[in-house]
Design a protein around this ligand. Sequence first.
Ligand code: GLA
Length: 385
Amino acid sequence: MSRTAQEFKELYGHPPEGVWAAPGRVNLIGEHTDYNDGFALPFALPQRTEVAASPRTDGALRFHSADAPSGVVTLDLAALDPARPPQTAESWAAYPAGVVWALLEAGLPVRGVDLHVRSDVPNGAGLSSSAALEVATALALTDLYGLPLTRPELAALARRAENAYVGVPCGVMDQMASACSTEGHALHLDTRSLEQRHIPFDCAAAGLRLLVIDTRVKHALADGAYARRRASCHEAAAELGVPALRDLPYEELDQALDRLGDPVRRRRVRHVVTENERVVRIEELLRAGRLRETGPLLSEGHRSLRDDYEVSCPELDLAVATAEAAGAYGSRMTGGGFGGSALALIDADAEEPVTRAVTEAFARAGFKPPSITPAAPSAGATRLL
Ligand code: GLA
């Protein structure tokens, strides 16, 4: 029996009916495009969240996490209310509770659950620990209750849980990456149609490595800056008379910018439109097996997020600049920003010098030591037991 299943048994006095897992993600390119109906190219990390679960018939929800000090959080399914999600020490339970709430809202029958969570996706590192928990919970519940959801539907429902119940206004990229990725591939995502393409992405075979540099600066998407970016994109789309910024062709960017009065709004639009174009170009390069050539586009993406979208921070900028100076083909922040992680595309044998250079630069700047690990595209959500 797995550790997660064993812990479940000790906690609830009976073995779980199953164990499910959903991974965190890194986004290779396509940042802050998902709430603009645009494109993204994430892949799943090997780090994942496991959920052991059994159904209940009495309307009780019992949630426990090996990683939270809250003990068992007990909620009443009939009383779930987005206006009153679990608070403080129990706030992690808002994610599984939100998933139950979203399933009920969609008219799907859930009658209760015992659930135990164990995760090695770091929290607040910009690697989608929230989406991993939501998607693992949603997959457990759809299996336990035989609910007829496709993976994109499951991801959309997990996103709804986060938007409407937890109160974080994220897009759908993280949940789609966690639910739909496949090993050895990046996931090309059209966030309007939820169409996906699995693009072979084998760094090792090309003699390359992707490093994830967790700056250990905690990001908090709910703090308003993310919501403001989102709002200015929607305002700009309205001003330009398009349903979403996705509908602005790259070739018409300059004319569109000329029509926008506000300089901040112009920069936001320039980021989104050029970033969508970078997704298109990087997908082409991956398909052609020209992985090294994606490097300059990754770095260009970072500058766009730093200067036009203004969601970077000194730690991310230092990680990127140092990785580049130490020989990375390209480097960029990944995820929502304001902290979290950067990625760097390097030669396989450059892992040690790049890691050392970034670690030393952080020490010289008086920053916390970063946590640096290689990442390979891994499997999406799955049933383990
Ligand atoms: C966070 C959100 C995603 C996406 C990224 C930025 O990770 O959860 O939906 O908007 O930021 O690309």
